[in-house]
Ligand binder design. Structure first.
Ligand SMILES: N[C@@H](CCC(=O)N[C@@H](CS)C(=O)NCC(=O)O)C(=O)O
Length: 214
């Protein structure tokens, strides 16, 4: 039986599992659904949440658990202990930045009545923009600290940290903040898709996918 990934038809918490599976050469059925379909689907989910990855032996909830599964089962280049730690530091920093954007943005949106859809969307995006601007210097600092190269964290070896930087690039693009992304992160963002056919194919396939539903 093949692997099936279940998530909304936008990036959100689904983009990293999808990107890591694509970069690692894992074939999967990308089962996407709309917000309108979620009510019924939620009842069938083990934690009432998505993303979910259905594998042969186990249904895996929690996006980071799915990403870890994808790294273990894909064929990203093997890293030395030092290279892996550099990647891990960038991964954790990008997660911190991402959570520092999405959690306050959802909070700002939830503070507005449900029927005020446009106001809710504006509150989400305005807060997300402000928070990303505030958080981006952390990326520059960690890239300097690990001595990242111009095109990847570890020379010639695509790693999870590089893929997380691409995710921050996608987020910044969606929020109209590309110019604020530290130069080092943007050069990785630009270079990696050209140098890796799978990542390039992923970006082409996803070119019309929105980051958030708002
Ligand atoms: N810690 C979980 C969080 C999952 C989560 O919050 N999923 C949201 C979508 S991004 C969800 O399922 N929301 C719908 C709901 O809770 O009804 C993870 O990383 O997978």
């Amino acid at each position: 039986m093949g692997v099936e990934f279940i998530y909304f038809d936008f990036h959100g918490l689904g983009v990293m599992p999808r990107m890591v599976m694509a970069a690692g050469g894992i074939e999967f059925t990308d089962n996407r659904f709309s917000m309108a379909q979620w009510g019924e689907l939620k009842k069938t989910m083990p934690l009432g949440q998505v993303p979910l990855l259905k594998t042969d032996g186990l249904d895996i909830n929690q996006s980071n658990a799915i990403i870890n599964w994808a790294v273990r089962n894909g064929d990203l280049p093997k890293l030395s202990c030092e290279e892996a730690s550099k990647s891990d530091m960038v991964v954790e920093t990008c997660r911190e930045v991402f959570n520092g954007v999405r959690l306050p943005a959802f909070g700002a949106m939830m503070a507005i009545a449900e029927d005020k859809k446009e106001e809710r969307a504006a509150a989400f995006r305005d807060t997300a923009k402000a928070k990303l601007t505030e958080q981006l210097p952390k990326i520059e600092t960690i890239l300097k600290h690990v001595g990242a190269g111009k095109e990847s964290i570890n020379a010639e070896k695509l790693c999870l940290g590089d893929l997380y930087l691409l995710n921050i690039g996608l987020l910044a693009y969606d929020l109209g903040l590309c110019d604020s992304v530290p130069a080092a992160a943007m050069s990785i963002n630009k270079a990696t898709p050209d140098k890796n056919d799978r990542v390039a194919a992923f970006f082409i396939k996803e070119k019309d996918t929105k980051y958030f539903p708002f």
